[in-house]
Ligand binder design. Structure first.
Ligand SMILES: CC(C)(COP(=O)(O)OP(=O)(O)OC[C@H]1O[C@@H](n2cnc3c(N)ncnc32)[C@H](O)[C@@H]1OP(=O)(O)O)[C@@H](O)C(=O)NCCC(=O)NCCS
Length: 172
């Protein structure tokens, strides 16, 4: 199965929302992407689609966030949301989207990525519980599902604080 990964363009917007809605079985994540796209921090090159021929079958978004403490603020990226159409899940498309996205983010000199999600899946890409660093979040979630990845060695060593997601995430 030949999959190509590329940044989104205007013609993809509707399909991206649809794929997110199908994968999550609700409309919230599709809407979230639409709202984030209007946020000035949105990075088009980090909203990636997986294509099979001309058809989009998956999507991943990395969005800038801040890790804030009383005295400091550190920039990072949230990996959210990501989706693969239900019929094609479990075939490696999601993994390709992550690998491609992480490589791209690193190339753009982003230093770290935060994700809230399936532990087994994301640990394959070296995400570890954020509690290994001094990073927390406002959500009440179990330790192992809130994870972080250093794109640059020791990037999170001196970082401490709570992850501030943009307000668009509040509606999830
Ligand atoms: C998660 C998702 C993007 C992965 O894409 P994919 O193409 O299926 O991923 P891959 O084929 O590369 O890898 C499959 C792995 O995904 C993980 N995974 C997928 N769905 C999962 C679920 N509901 N719970 C836990 N792990 C899950 C498993 O680790 C699985 O590995 P396995 O096949 O060895 O069991 C896709 O399954 C999806 O769209 N799910 C619904 C939406 C979602 O949960 N998004 C992520 C939110 S954190």
């Amino acid at each position: 199965m030949k999959i190509q990964i590329r940044p989104e363009n205007k013609n993809d917007y509707k399909t991206i929302s649809m794929i997110n809605d199908m994968a999550f079985g609700q409309e919230a994540e599709g809407l979230l992407v639409e709202k984030l796209r209007k946020n000035k921090k949105f990075i088009k090159d980090l909203s990636l689609v997986a294509c099979m021929g001309n058809e989009i079958v998956g999507h991943i978004l990395f969005f800038p966030i801040e890790i804030k403490s009383d005295n400091n603020s550190f920039e990072s990226l949230a990996l959210a949301p990501m989706s693969v159409i239900p019929e094609l899940q479990g075939l490696g498309i999601g993994s390709q989207l992550i690998e491609n996205g992480l490589a791209k983010a690193k190339k753009m000199r982003h230093k770290s990525v935060i994700v809230l999600g399936h532990t087994e899946f994301y640990s394959k890409f070296n995400f570890i519980p954020a509690s290994n660093f001094k990073i927390s979040c406002h959500f009440e979630v179990s330790d192992e599902v809130f994870m972080a990845l250093e794109l640059e060695k020791y990037a999170l060593k001196t970082v401490s604080g709570c992850v501030e997601y943009p307000k668009e995430f509040n509606d999830l």
